[in-house]
Design a protein around this ligand. Structure first.
Ligand code: COA
Length: 164
C-alpha cells in the first residue's frame, strides 16, 4: 500500500467517490443521500488517496444505527484493487466503530451473487447471518453479513435487520 493514505472524507471528494461508485456498482446511491450520510456521521466516511496524484482511489461509508455499525458501501477503483486498499479502509472503519464507539457488531448487505465481495468480507471475519430475499430493486437477493465486536466478550448480541 505504498503512497496510499487513508483519511477522512471531505465534501469536495464526493464527485470522485461517486465516480468510483458508478464504476463499481450497477445501482448507486443518490448523491444527496451520500451527502446526508457524510453529514450525519462524518467519522464513518473514509477515503483512500494516492499521495502522488492526490486522486481518490477508494472509499468506505459506515454509519451507526440502533447501536450497531453498518457498512453502507465500500469500493476501490478497478486499477487499484488487490493492493490492500479495501482491507485498510475496512480496518480503519472497524477501529472507529469497534474501539471508539464500542458497537456490538457491524452488519452489511451484499449481493448474493457478488462472490468476490462475500469472500473479501468472510476472510475478514464477517459471517453470513441471513438471506434477504429480493432486497435490491432489480429483485436480487442479499446476504446479511455480521461481524461481532472482538473486543466485547458477550456471546448473545441481538442482530437487528435494517431494510434500507
Ligand atoms: C471488495 C473490494 C472493495 C475489495 O477492495 P480491494 O482494494 O481490492 O481489497 P484488498 O486489496 O484489500 O483485498 C482484495 C484481495 O487482494 C489481495 N491483496 C491485498 N493486498 C495485496 C497486495 N499488496 N498484493 C497483492 N494482493 C493483495 C488480498 O489477498 C485480497 O484477497 P482476499 O480477499 O482473498 O484476501 C473491491 O473488490 C471492490 O471495489 N469491488 C466492487 C465493489 C463491491 O463489490 N463492494 C462490496 C459490496 S458492498
Amino acid at each position: 500500500m505504498e503512497n496510499i493514505r487513508i483519511r477522512k472524507m471531505r465534501h469536495e471528494d464526493i464527485p470522485e467517490v461517486i465516480k468510483i461508485e458508478k464504476d463499481s456498482f450497477k445501482y448507486t446511491y443518490p448523491p444527496l443521500l451520500i451527502m446526508q450520510i457524510l453529514s450525519s456521521f462524518p467519522e464513518g466516511f473514509l477515503v483512500a488517496e494516492d499521495e502522488r496524484s492526490k486522486k481518490i482511489v477508494g472509499y468506505i461509508m459506515g454509519i451507526i444505527e440502533w447501536g450497531h455499525g453498518h457498512i453502507v458501501s465500500i469500493a476501490t477503483s478497478r486499477e487499484y484493487r488487490n493492493r490492500g486498499i479495501g482491507s485498510a479502509l475496512l480496518k480503519e472503519l472497524e477501529d472507529i466503530l469497534f474501539k471508539k464507539y464500542n458497537v456490538g457488531y457491524i452488519a452489511l448487505e451484499v449481493r448474493f451473487n457478488n462472490r468476490e465481495a462475500r469472500r473479501f468480507y468472510y476472510k475478514r471475519g464477517y459471517r453470513d447471518k441471513r438471506l434477504l430475499p429480493r432486497y435490491y430493486e432489480d429483485g436480487t437477493d442479499a446476504i446479511l453479513m455480521v461481524k461481532k465486536n472482538p473486543y466485547i466478550k458477550v456471546s448473545n448480541i441481538p442482530v437487528v435487520v435494517s431494510m434500507w
